[in-house]
Design a binder for this molecule. Structure first.
Ligand SMILES: [Zn+2]
Length: 158
């Protein structure tokens, strides 16, 4: 049993953009992580692998998946933009980075023949995909319509 290498609840260290505190955060399908020190929403950016992808994309906020590789120059352009968005849209967006060299099954599954490929996901469903580089304002314009209200009220069941 190689259970030690497959943690179903991977812990990510998220640094607070306000106070700098490091927070240990596990994926959650509800809510968004807040800083344990100052209470601000945390920039939610994680690295996922084939074993953690499903649990990482099951998040309440809109998820942006960055299918990238270290050798890809355009990916090095898009990566920092997504980091900025995770800070600017803290609490409303989760960025999940997937290295396609290390996770070729996910690259195949999402047809990432050209990278960077960005998937916009809501509630586990792909609602938009962006192939190649977009300037930040264009990327924001594509992602913003998929964002949920800042504090969604509890869903009332009929
Ligand atoms: Zn803080």
């Amino acid at each position: 049993m190689a259970s030690a290498t497959t943690d179903p609840r991977p812990i990510s260290i998220l640094k607070c953009a306000r106070c700098g505190a490091a927070n240990r955060i596990a994926p959650s399908p509800s809510g968004a992580p807040h800083c344990g020190t100052c209470g601000r929403p945390l920039p939610w950016l994680v690295n996922a692998s084939e074993s953690t992808f499903e649990v990482e994309v099951r998040a309440a906020p809109t998820v942006v998946v960055d299918l990238w590789a270290p050798w890809c120059g355009q990916c090095r352009f898009v990566g920092p933009i997504l980091e900025e968005l995770s800070r600017e849209l803290a609490g409303r967006l989760k960025v999940v980075k997937v290295n396609v060299d290390e996770n070729q099954g996910l690259a195949l599954r999402y047809d990432a023949r050209s990278i960077p490929t960005i998937l916009v996901m809501c509630d586990g469903q792909v609602v938009d995909r962006i192939v190649g580089v977009l300037p930040k304002p264009d990327l924001v314009a594509r992602v913003t319509p998929q964002l949920k209200p800042p504090r969604s009220a509890p869903v009332s069941k009929p």
